[in-house]
Design a binder for this molecule. Sequence first.
Ligand code: PDD
Length: 281
Amino acid sequence: RVVYVNGRFRPHRNAMVHVEDRGYQLADGVYEVCEVRDGRLVDQRRHTERLLRSLAELRIPLPLPLAALDVVLHETVRRNRVTDGLVYVQVTRGVARRDHGFPPAGTRPSLVVSARRTDREQNERLAAAGVAVVTLAETRWARVDIKSISLLPNVLAKQAAREQGAREAWFVDRNGYVTEGASSNAWIVTGAGAVVTRPVGPDILRGISREVVKDALAAEGLTFEERPFTVAEALQAREAFLTAASQIVMPVVRIDGRPIGGGRPGPVAAALRRSFHAHAE
Ligand code: PDD
């Protein structure tokens, strides 16, 4: 395996950044995760646009031209011979003596791009069984629409989920509404058949998979409701699922230990998973 680090491809075992990188010391950076399927980057344009938006919100410049980033992404996939997998892109504000304020002008942002394979069949088996989620209080900052590498609440939530035998944690705001998962967007299908997810805003990440599913719903004539839902409503839902580049559409069959939809993946989630790549770019 090789990893792109600031202009060079390095063997994975010594792909390193400096100890004074602001990503390492201050989590001062952003990232993207893009699916690779049949050797192609899925929805690369939208992932790149979101990366540029996250960078702009934090006033971190992209340290190379966009055309060069495109070459690096494809080279990273090609050199690692990834057919099905994920590409990880991280940009931090660079290496500088530790100081909370921005570093001196001219400090070059650090760019790392890696790619790894995923097991398509294993993911399909997971989706066929569905996953469990647990709910916990929203503890993240107020700008989670920025895809920041500052992920401590997400780390703790994911670990709490794991310790309860679940794959994902759903954050719940002070009013009892689900915001999103630790690394995915959250969805339910109501008894009336409407597919519901929280509106975009500063309190969720605008998932690319979320956008793809929106398009799939329109194409399939399913009712889409963009509104917050409570944990109580989710527990009564006919189906639940989550979306992320790393999961596509993943059925949720248990919430806080209670079965959803009889504890088996439902037809809407299954149909959306099947048609997903027809609606992605
Ligand atoms: N996570 N919400 C959060 C908090 C996320 O971290 C992610 C993605 C999503 C879904 O976004 P998308 O559909 O664009 O992948 C929503 C990535 C996969 C990760 O951190 O690994």
